[in-house]
Write a protein that binds this ligand. Structure first.
Ligand code: CO
Length: 458
């Protein structure tokens, strides 16, 4: 039986372990090998790569994508996209979303995994539609979370909804590694019984469940799993590619992977990992298993944010109270998945409630926006008393937030003038205005230095 493997070392592995600090020049020499390993796809773009390229690495993210494509003509390239929020947390107008998706595909992306933090699929429909129009593979993703209203029926409904919207495949996205093997098994069986599109599992090894969950998912008929080459696997990253290949092969599955090539890829990345250990960017705690997420039912990243917030307030002794307040706030908010930005909104509010000694005596602006419906529709019922307190007599937004946004692309292009060399630059600017502008100016300076040097030589 065939099983497909998506390699994440260039994106999620890189993002989860070393804060996306891997420069193109570090991994360029191994791309041809990766292309020959037999992966179904390689996740290499989206998420934080764009931000990190511009902010820390002085790289044009579009140029990185084109270079990867040139060296990997055979393997499908994959990216992660936050629906109407693209790579950030605010909503962009439809013209920007369409242009971004179209140029991502034109520059080399084959598969776009599209999700919304609230699983409000109105926020992914434009990105999905454009992916298909531009000739790409639109993978619809469901954010996995645990709550009293998130049950198997609910997830099956979401999967059906994605299929009806035209998704080419359906991904279960377990960003915090809390999906247990049996739950994964049951969910994938149910998906396979109700939808005809391929099912993909994306999880993390954070709690230690990842490899078992992946294996059990395959037993349930999962078509594809995400793994990272072993030197960039484990902990907050994905389960190891080679270990999953080994286990699956033993059980008679065909991953299509060539172990000798995997060995070369891993040998290549080992010293790179060591370099990041030496520089202090790769910290030891991201590599082990941390089961606190299973105990508290909050993702590891959210837990560490709560701890650092409380430390700043000199109130670390209130942690247990805050952890008890989290489910209360979450219920009032209609059980949003605890993924960014909802994990922060819930965590900050739970902390405020505990430290002020009175619930909602102070409400963050982000929570106000959420209650107004600016992020999308909550999965469950909102606490109406709380909504009324924040909105007064105003009506919440019930439509799609982006319907209220004016087109932005052409206007921004005109405003940037020659600072933007092409449409890709305009999108970089729209996504990250300050850091893109700084990047463009430094690029101009570098070009000027080259011209001066050339003139002197003449
Ligand atoms: Co992930």
């Amino acid at each position: 039986m065939k099983v497909r493997i998506t390699e994440t070392v260039l994106r999620d592995g890189n993002q989860s372990l070393i804060a996306t600090r891997l420069p193109f020049s570090d991994f360029a020499p191994i791309l041809e090998k990766i292309d020959n390993a037999g992966y179904y796809s390689v996740e290499c773009w989206g998420g934080a790569t764009f931000d990190s390229c511009l902010r820390f690495l002085s790289e044009d993210p579009w140029e990185r994508l084109r270079q990867i494509k040139a060296k990997m003509p055979k393997t499908k390239l994959q990216m992660l996209l936050r629906g109407q929020n693209l790579l950030g947390y605010k909503h962009y107008p439809d013209d920007v979303v369409r242009k971004f998706v179209d140029l991502s595909i034109k520059n080399g992306i084959d598969i776009i995994r599209i999700f919304d933090a609230l699983n409000d699929f109105r926020n992914i429909e434009v990105a999905m539609d454009q992916t298909k129009r531009s000739g790409g593979h639109a993978q619809g993703a469901i954010c996995y979370t645990i709550s009293p209203i998130h049950n198997l029926d609910n997830y099956v409904k979401l999967a059906k909804q994605l299929e009806e919207m035209g998704a080419d495949s359906i991904c279960i996205k377990d960003m915090s590694g809390i999906l247990g093997p049996q739950d994964a098994y049951d969910m994938i069986r149910a998906f396979k019984d109700t939808v005809s599109k391929p099912v993909i599992l994306h999880t993390h090894s954070t709690t230690g469940l990842g490899p078992i969950t992946c294996y059990k998912a395959i037993e349930a008929g999962c078509d594809c799993i995400d793994t990272a080459i072993s030197s960039f696997s484990g902990g907050t990253s994905q389960p190891a590619t080679e270990a999953l290949h080994y286990a699956l092969k033993q059980a008679g599955y065909d991953t299509g992977l060539d172990v000798s090539v995997l060995k070369e890829i891993n040998d290549f990345f080992k010293p790179i990992k060591e370099k990041f250990v030496q520089s202090g960017i790769l910290e030891h705690y991201v590599l082990g298993s941390d089961t606190d997420a299973l105990v508290y039912q909050v993702p590891g990243g959210m837990l560490s944010n709560l701890i650092s917030q409380l430390k700043q307030q000199n109130a670390l002794d209130r942690l247990q109270e805050v952890l008890q307040e989290v489910p209360v706030v979450r219920q009032d908010l209609g059980y949003p998945p605890l993924v960014t930005p909802m994990s922060q909104i819930v965590g900050v509010q739970a902390t405020i409630n505990v430290l002020y000694g009175e619930r909602y005596s102070n409400i963050s602006n982000e929570l106000k926006s959420y209650l107004r419906g600016e992020y999308g529709k909550a999965p469950g019922e909102l606490n109406q008393e709380l909504v009324k307190r924040v909105l007064g007599d105003d009506q919440p937004i019930t439509g799609r937030y982006a319907d209220n946004l004016e087109p932005e692309f052409e206007k921004t292009k005109q405003m940037l003038g020659t600072l933007a060399e092409n449409d890709e630059d305009v999108l970089s600017y729209i996504a990250f205005p300050q850091i893109a502008e700084k990047f463009f100016r430094e690029r101009e300076d570098r070009a000027a230095v080259k011209v001066n040097y050339a003139i002197k030589r003449v």
